[in-house]
Design a protein around this ligand. Structure first.
Ligand SMILES: Cc1cc2nc3c(=O)[nH]c(=O)nc-3n(C[C@H](O)[C@H](O)[C@H](O)COP(=O)(O)OP(=O)(O)OC[C@H]3O[C@@H](n4cnc5c(N)ncnc54)[C@H](O)[C@@H]3O)c2cc1C
Ligand code: SF4
Ligand code: SF4
Length: 1021
């Protein structure tokens, strides 16, 4: 039995007092001191891990004023506050051992969009793609681009002065900042914009912190102007944060925003921003050029720049190869054809945008003509393709944006990590710089992948190290020092794009004699060094120190304490690299419903993976081998174990602390939808490690009754389904519903179908797939035969659907057989009944293998249950048993287009709208395309409706404590689609869960795509 984990690092008493005093004020926001929340916010995308004392989630500017005013109280002068947005920084910018102030949870409203004047006013917790979605309705967009646009906040962008693809054309974030509202550490507010001298003088004449700040900075400009001009490199990626060179803008107006942008939360809380929006170019296209070497792609970029593109991005073969094994490849494959004798080692993506098709086509024609006429060996060009139109272009940008994540999925323990990942040099020096950079990495025999903004001279390089191995740690300093020297040699910067963070230790040397001016600015804003200390600058004349790249705790330091055996057992969560792809804000994207429904980061894949690692660390500290614990859990006799479990459960009820309870809470919020498995670039598989955790957790504590109810469903249903009428009557009574909700924790139990599949099948002439029946088939019949594998949900709750599928297949000329019913085990796996799952899966597999012997394809009805065979079954049996390929209905039917074609059945042209199941969309990415192929055979157009998760996910939505979140998730995207009058008569849905959720919430019956085809087929006869 696993032990209790009660020893955690507690919040320091001064911080407890601070939070108490804050809560006693008129503060309206939330605070959280739970160890789980602190652990989850102890990482960003960097190599570091720093445990904060707690988290504050302000709801308004007033709340932040209260926080800062309190920190200004002499009792709390040693309190540290660190602002945080999406937490996607790559250099520990938002990490802190003080209090994290997370503006992304509540302060995320778009306050105003002014179409005529082209600007937006936002709270700074707004995500960049969230803003662009709203601006799009006005034909506008916020131009600075970054790969994390679906999760990085405007506040984070301003504070790192973010930019990325397209920066040569559109500049950096600060080029689009019009006004900022900043709460200072004394609780006062500065509204900053460009100032004429009269306005500047008026502010300076005051007697407050704003006056002091303006006086300090204006004096620096007046006294050091020449030195500043000499010092700063003229790069597209000019210095970010405390940008002395731009204290005054090109019109000689004072602009505090150029100091604030890129200041990484070290000067104040930027709470609102008025930012510039541009008109969306109506046409976009990409020329995708392939090269025989990466060096060729870098050098050729200089030539390409002469063709005046909007942007040029480069990607090396390592990233490209990883993309080929990701869900993303499905959408971009045609643009990167692989030909025999052609070895693509690098690509350049050359973008053109414009306001007319002709204009863009002319630009492309000019470039492609040059490529074709100059296709000599020297340029290294081996071919190109063109992607025309925003949809196509977006697919390729999505692949490029996923590069970092993809790199993290490299095999082995050495994984690409950020520490020298965003150097910038003048573009003409880039190729030579990179050749030397590569030589440095080669001298350490380090692998790496490269991609970046070749037009701006910024290349992202992530060397692959395993920081769990202590001997590799020194390479961080050694390589960084060498790269810093190289950037100096090539007149560039170490911090080209992602900010300084922990790498701020290189700032004093870089700024030289101007560094004290930077410190003066820090002192004017933050005299006691309370705000995100250790980053960029310490206040002048203070004893404080900047952080050092090898003194901040590394995540690897914690991970290495987990024995490799335990890491291997929970490998599905160990490699999460924190890139935050699972914090995707888009409600129409499947990833991750529990995060979207709660906005709690503990309820995200990253949150769960972080907790899993910390839990394993705690177990390892206590000498626990989780592999043998799992083995013991499977062996133990439930009766023998009951008493100790009861005692532990009673102590839990009394409130005894065990970190496992916090981990359990987070795991129980997971819908097991498996979108993380499909969409996370690292393939973090929460349902898999969650099931392993639950097995161990419930070896120590008693399970709730509802787990046994859910776990036994598949076994009980065949018997209970014989009495549909009394059962359905019983579960419809309000008192029964009240009792099952209260005592079993189960709501809205589904009703049995009136038809019984076992009885109805012979009446409809449906044949059972028995070895005898299959063996008797002639070779000709065998070729047209197919077996339907049953699942409990459709067979007993949607019997009509199974019968309809059988009928459709028969009418289409196939020989359809029904496999005998056997529990599949998915509900057992979801709840961590690992031993029972294995037993159930084994029996199911025995039956399927017996049928598969005859070489007849087997297909499943419900996507989620069917995909269990290729995921949970494969993982459980590994190499010990071969799991037969059980296909989705559409995967199989789409391979019979020739047969369908011959039957020549054409319906009246119509567009049908498909709501795909999220497990299916993310784990079998071609599944939607397959339905489209099938529908087109019948002359029907099938469009996929962009929706996220429906919120039901098997039994999740039926658990009383999940009911509200389940409905919230449904409301994020499904509700609108279901109630859209333009779609209402043409919707079909593939998932049993989705159909039952629609019925429960909107009382609408959605057909399965096969049912729609059958209805049309019957009507046509
Ligand atoms: C996979 C990946 C790809 C990336 N690609 C790019 C890229 O293309 N271009 C690019 O520029 N960056 C990129 N980054 C880095 C990162 O996404 C950006 O720096 C982003 O701007 C950070 O935004 P955030 O909301 O996550 O901020 P956080 O990481 O939460 O914070 C960043 C900094 O801003 C401060 N801060 C946040 N909000 C506020 C506020 N309201 N007031 C005061 N201070 C605040 C924090 O204290 C911290 O110092 C990438 C990161 C990853 C993981
Ligand atoms: S779970 Fe996956 S997507 Fe989320 S942060 Fe970790 S690696 Fe990135
Ligand atoms: S399975 Fe679904 S709900 Fe659970 S962590 Fe993964 S994406 Fe989130």
């Amino acid at each position: 039995m696993i032990p209790k984990l009660s020893e955690i690092s507690p919040t320091q008493s001064k911080y407890l007092q601070f939070i108490e005093r804050l809560k006693a004020s008129s503060f309206q926001g939330e605070t959280n001191l739970d160890y789980a929340n602190r652990v989850v916010l102890s990482t960003d995308n960097s190599i570091y891990q720093v445990l904060p004392q707690g988290i504050i989630y302000p709801k308004s500017v007033e709340d932040i004023k209260l926080v800062t005013q309190l920190s200004n109280n002499p009792d709390f002068h040693d309190i540290v506050l660190s602002p945080r947005g999406g937490g996607t920084g790559t250099n520990g910018q938002s990490l802190s051992d003080g209090l994290i102030v997370d503006l992304s949870k509540h302060m995320n409203k778009i306050l105003e969009i002014n179409k005529e004047e082209g600007w937006a006013r936002v709270q700074t917790g707004v995500v960049k793609d969230q803003l662009n979605r709203a601006a799009k309705q006005h034909g506008l967009f916020f131009a600075p681009e970054l790969s994390t646009s679906n999760r990085a906040t405007i506040g984070g962008m301003i504070n790192t002065d973010a930019s990325g693809q397209g920066s040569v054309m559109y500049g950096k974030t600060r080029d689009h900042v019009i006004e900022l509202k900043t709460v200072l550490l004394d609780g006062s507010i500065i509204d900053s914009t460009t100032l004429k001298d009269e306005s500047l003088d008026a502010i300076k004449s005051g007697d407050n912190r704003a006056a002091h700040i303006h006086k300090t900075i204006d004096a620096i400009h007046a006294n050091k102007r020449d030195e500043i001009a000499r010092k700063f490199p003229t790069l597209n990626r000019c210095l970010t944060g405390y940008d002395l060179a731009h204290i005054r803008d090109q019109n000689n107006q004072f602009n505090l925003n150029n100091i604030l942008c890129g200041s990484e939360g070290t000067l104040g809380f930027i709470v609102e921003a008025k930012i510039n929006l541009l008109a969306i170019p109506s046409v976009a296209a990409l020329v995708n050029i392939r090269y025989s070497s990466f060096e060729h792609s870098l050098r050729h970029a200089q030539e390409l720049l002469k063709a005046n593109p909007t942007s040029i991005e480069t990607v090396d073969s390592k990233v490209l190869n990883l993309a080929q094994n990701d869900i993303i490849w499905e959408s971009v494959e045609p643009f990167f054809p692989s030909k025999a004798n052609e070895d693509t080692q690098g690509i350049n993506l050359v973008e053109y945008t414009g306001n007319s098709v002709e204009e863009v086509q002319a630009q492309i024609a000019k470039l492609t003509k040059t490529l074709e006429t100059n296709s000599d060996q020297s340029s290294g060009v081996i071919g190109h393709t063109v992607a025309f139109g925003q949809d196509e272009v977006n697919k390729i940008w999505a692949m490029r944006k996923k590069s970092v994540g993809l790199l993290g999925n490299a095999k082995g323990e050495k994984r690409p990590i950020p520490f020298v990942e965003d150097t910038a040099v003048p573009p003409e020096n880039l190729a030579d710089f990179i050749m030397e950079f590569r030589a440095v990495l080669d001298s350490y025999s380090v692998q790496y992948g490269m991609f970046g903004h070749v037009d701006a001279g910024v290349l992202h390089v992530r060397p692959a190290l395993d920081l769990k191995d202590e001997s590799q740690e020194p390479m961080i300093r050694e390589i960084t020092d060498k790269v810093v020297a190289l950037t100096q040699k090539y007149n560039g910067l170490l911090w080209g794009e992602h900010g300084k963070g922990v790498r701020s230790e290189y700032a004093p040397a870089f700024f030289g004699d101007l560094y004290p001016s930077i410190q003066e600015i820090k002192r004017a804003f933050d005299p006691r060094n309370q705000l995100n200390p250790g980053k960029i600058a310490t206040p002048l004349k203070s004893d404080s120190q900047l952080l050092k790249i090898d003194e901040v705790p590394l995540r690897g330091k914690f991970d290495r304490t987990i024995p490799s055996k335990n890491r291997e057992q929970f490998k599905e969560g160990m490699y999460c690299n924190g890139n935050g792809g699972c914090y995707n804000f888009d409600p129409n994207d499947a990833m991750c419903p529990s995060w979207k429904g709660t906005r709690e980061r503990v309820h995200s894949p990253k949150g769960r993976a972080s907790l899993m690692r910390e839990w394993l660390r705690g177990m390892s500290e206590q000498g626990i081998d989780v592999v043998s614990e799992s083995h013991k859990a499977k062996q133990k006799n439930a009766v023998f174990n009951f008493v100790p479990k009861l005692l532990n459960t009673l102590s839990k009820r009394r409130g005894d602390y065990d970190f496992s309870h916090e981990v359990h809470e987070s795991m129980m919020g997971c819908l097991a939808c498996k979108s993380c498995v499909g969409q996370c670039p690292i393939k973090v598989d929460v349902p898999e490690f969650r099931a392993k955790f639950l097995e161990l957790y419930y070896a120590r504590y008693l399970r709730p009754a509802k787990d046994y109810l859910i776990g036994s469903l598949e076994y009980v249903m065949p018997y209970a389904s014989h009495f549909p009428t009394p059962y359905n009557w019983l579960i419809s009574r309000s008192w029964t519903q009240h009792l099952t909700s209260k005592y079993l924790g189960f709501v809205d139990a589904p009703k049995f179908s009136k038809l019984n599949l076992k009885k109805e099948s012979p009446r409809r002439g449906i044949r059972l797939a028995t070895p005898l029946a299959l063996e008797a088939l002639s070779p000709k019949d065998r070729r047209r035969a197919v077996i339907i594998a049953q699942d409990a949900f459709t067979s007993y709750f949607e019997t009509e659907l199974v019968l309809d599928i059988m009928e459709l297949l028969t009418r289409l000329g196939f020989q359809a057989f029904l496999a005998p019913y056997k529990p599949n085990g998915k509900p057992l796996h979801v709840h961590g009944f690992m031993k029972s799952f294995e037993r159930t899966a084994k029996k199911n597999l025995d039956m399927l293998q017996g049928l598969r012997f005859f070489g007849i394809p087997i297909i499943g009805v419900d996507p989620s249950m069917t995909l269990t065979y290729r995921s949970e079954y494969e993982k459980t049996f590994g190499t010990s048993r071969k799991v037969p390929n059980i296909q989705l209905l559409q995967e199989w039917l789409a391979t019979h287009t020739e047969h369908l074609n011959k039957r020549n059945i054409k319906f009246e042209e119509e567009t049908i709208h498909l709501l795909g199941h999220c497990t299916e969309k993310t784990n079998a990415p071609s599944s939607i395309k397959h339905w489209q192929t099938i529908f087109s055979q019948f002359g029907l157009n099938l469009e996929s409706v962009a929706v996220g998760c429906c919120g039901m996910a098997g039994t999740y939505g039926h658990e009383s404590k999940n009911l509200e979140t389940s409905k919230t998730i449904y409301g994020l995207s499904w509700k609108e689609a279901i109630n859209n009058p333009a779609l209402s008569d043409s919707l079909v849905a593939t998932g049993y869960s989705c159909r039952s959720q629609v019925k429960r919430i909107d009382d609408k019956n959605l057909p399965h795509p096969a049912q729609l085809l059958l209805t049309k087929l019957k009507a046509a006869e």
